[in-house]
Write a protein that binds this ligand. Structure first.
Ligand code: AMP
Ligand code: GLY
Length: 418
């Protein structure tokens, strides 16, 4: 089948890599892509946010399946435009993607479906904000209601900073602080049947030891040796299935990837957030462990046939991914620097470790790869356990040279030592 992937980050590179290894995929296209995706897919300079242009491209290419990666096009209705053109699309409608696009909407769905989450208030006035901050006390959790590219959430002990962020948001969700390790659990769903993937853990802070500012994610690993083996079943039963059922009941079924961001608190599992797409960088480690060819699963979800899909098959391997970011990320990143050592990783670390590109582009010479964003690339590695996967990932990271770049050195360390 011919497949078109929309987006151009490391998540889309991971998706394209898996799809390119799937014997059922006869042609792979990506728009807009990046310098790494260009090695496995044909790129098209089409704006991911332009639903009509994406649908036109999919029609021209005679794509059997379109996979929309990032949240912004989903919330903007790009999946709807593709489906309206009669082409199967993996990714929720704009209505269903509000689960990620509006924190207040997500809270409303969770309340209706009795899904465990932090208590919260939706506030629009300074009076409501002060009342909510007083009610919960420190640490304060203040979330912009809308999409904010990972910058909408402030967790702080400082009431002045909390109030300032809340006032700047307009509509804001103020929430109880949830203490405990975080888990990302993804599920593929066709709006009725829910197929959970393997859990992963993400590292959100920029610096070692979970210091520094929040980022889009600096690394991830899977499996989670410390997690309760019943976690996935429990989350399926108490979180994923009820949420999918509630959205179907409302007449806006969610078909695509449902991402539950969870806190494992002393009082049980709580949802921190939902996302309407694969997470980055967790996708890199989850897909590295998936043995079942990906295209058939995504197509079955897009065509409401997941109930007939055989169980997913997983490798025993562990996987670790380490993000290499530009100088100054998550502030305004420095870009345009050459990235060296990529060929050394291919020569010395493949197939156990490989590079997935995020913010990269090809220089005019057609061969030099340049940095072009905050998160530049992620190195993903597999191994018999987390320790071996970590060693392989960091060996490959050490071969990559990008002036001023930064990465965390403690991804999966604690879990590997446990
Ligand atoms: P989000 O943008 O919703 O993924 O939130 C970013 C990060 O903020 C999460 O990964 C958590 O680390 C933290 N966070 C969000 N909500 C809470 C909460 N209620 N309690 C504690 N930390 C939170
Ligand atoms: N890794 C966090 C996210 O994708 O939102």
């Amino acid at each position: 089948m011919k497949v078109l992937v929309i987006g151009g980050g490391a998540r889309e590179h991971a998706l394209c890599r898996s799809l390119s290894l799937d014997p059922d995929v006869t042609a792979l296209h990506c728009a807009p892509g990046n310098a790494g995706i260009a090695e496995v897919a044909q790129l098209h300079p089409v704006d991911a946010m332009d639903g009509a242009a994406v649908a036109r491209l999919a029609t021209e290419l005679e794509a059997r399946l379109v996979v929309v990666g990032p949240e912004a096009p989903l919330v903007a209705g790009v999946a709807d435009a593709v489906r309206d053109a009669g082409i199967a699309c993996f990714g929720p409608s704009a209505e269903a993607a509000r689960l990620e696009g509006s924190k207040a909407f997500a809270k409303d769905v969770m309340a209706a479906a009795s899904v465990p989450t932090g208590r919260s208030y939706v506030c629009t006035t300074p009076e409501e904000i002060d009342k909510a901050l007083d009610a919960f006390g420190a640490p304060f959790v203040v979330k912009d209601d809308g999409l904010a590219a990972g910058k909408g959430v402030v967790v702080t002990d400082d009431i002045v900073a909390a109030r300032e962020h809340a006032l700047a948001c307009g509509r804001v969700v103020i929430e109880e602080f949830l203490d405990g390790p975080e888990v990302s659990l993804f599920a593929v769903t066709d709006g009725r049947t829910v197929l959970p993937l393997r859990p992963a853990q993400d590292f959100k802070r920029a610096l070692d030891g979970d210091e520094g500012p929040n980022t889009g994610g600096m690394g991830a690993y899977s499996p989670l040796p410390w997690a309760d083996p019943k976690l996935v079943d429990e989350v399926l039963e108490t979180v994923l299935q009820p949420t999918v059922d509630e959205l179907r009941r409302r007449g806006t079924p969610f078909a695509g990837l449902l991402y539950a961001g969870l806190a494992i608190t002393g009082r049980g599992v709580r949802v921190i957030e939902f996302n309407a797409r694969f997470g980055d960088p967790e996708t890199q480690v989850v897909l590295a462990r998936l043995r079942t060819p990906l295209a058939g699963v995504l197509l079955a979800a897009a065509e409401e046939r997941l109930a007939d899909q055989p169980s997913l098959v997983w490798r025993d391997d562990a996987a670790v991914t380490v993000v290499v970011a530009s100088h100054n990320y998550p502030g305004t990143p420095r870009t345009g620097d050459p990235i060296e050592g990529l060929a050394d990783v291919v020569a010395q670390d493949a197939p156990h470790a490989y590079v997935l590109h995020a913010g990269t582009r090809l220089a005019d010479d057609g061969s030099t790869v340049l940095s072009a964003g905050g998160r530049v690339l992620s190195v993903t590695a597999t191994g018999k356990d987390l320790g071996q996967a970590r060693e392989r990932a960091y060996a490959a990271v050490d071969r990559i040279r990008l002036d001023g770049s930064q990465h965390r050195t403690d991804i999966a360390r604690e879990a590997a030592e446990a």
